[in-house]
Design a protein around this ligand. Sequence first.
Ligand code: GTP
Ligand code: MG
Length: 317
Amino acid sequence: MTERSLSERVLEGDPRAIARAITLIEDESADGAALIQRIFAKTGRAYLVGVTGPPGAGKSTLVDRLLSELRATGRTIGVVAVDPTSPFSGGAILGDRVRMQSHAGDSGVFIRSMATRGHLGGLARATSEVALVFDAAGKDIVLIETVGVGQDEVDIVRTADVSIVTIVPGTGDEVQALKAGIMEIADIFVVNKADREGADRTVHSIEALLSLQSYGAGDWRPPIVKTEATTGKGVPELVETIERFRAHTESSRGSRRRARAEWRMRELLSQRFLQHVEREVLKPGEFDTTLDRIASRELDPYSAVDGILRRAIPGQA
Ligand SMILES: Nc1nc2c(ncn2[C@@H]2O[C@H](COP(=O)(O)OP(=O)(O)OP(=O)(O)O)[C@@H](O)[C@H]2O)c(=O)[nH]1
Ligand SMILES: [Mg+2]
């Protein structure tokens, strides 16, 4: 399959081409980058819905429910879920795939779990590029699930068109989520597992946090929606809330998308620059010997970096 025909087929929405494109992106291959270059101009139409929250909050179950609810309105949907690497949630890796198989055979739905290979930054970038592929392929909505742990993952969700932060009652996750800095990114709060004891208490503690903020008359104050992802209770209300947010932010969506562009640019630029330094500037083994010299206090890190920058940037004094 040539690159040209692959991008054409992605733009036509061919599921096999989408699958192939995602694999190229996951492998961080040059073909993946070439594909993004070809399809980028055709993206920007899909509505990106980011769902984050602590491990095990029920994000996948909720995304699956959202998928059904949104699909019922006739819209086509792509889902990209980041598989947790944590050994503590090993079961969920299979779970994501199994649970969402209820949509197998529906050509209006494409679901992909991203396996973690290498570093998290790479995974976050790959996730946002998979969203681009779905977008180019004509999916109306892209659902993105990430665990709210790393800054990169939080950034993907923060720069989605709407960010949903999922909290569960009674586990101290509320506090955890606060610490991870994911409260600030929420456009909508979901208290999932509302069947559990303490759901209302959790709602109140989020309310208390929100009341510390001041909101102007026309400002969006993040609503709190209680859900039971396992039964689907509260999910229609969540969809309604998403639609309300979408309508409310119609005019400001551009700045959100610009923030996404900025995140993507900074990510790519630092990755590419570091790659350039490692491949083109440093001699084989030099990075390691530099580390040794820093560790032994023979060299300080600032001087080391200044020296590398002088060599990396032509014309630098
Ligand atoms: N009681 C109850 N259990 C739920 C609810 N939603 C999800 N669960 C259960 O919580 C567990 C974790 O659900 P997942 O959907 O895998 O959670 P997740 O947030 O995607 O997990 P990770 O991706 O591993 O972070 C599963 O056993 C679900 O069945 C709910 O509303 N109520
Ligand atoms: Mg999950």
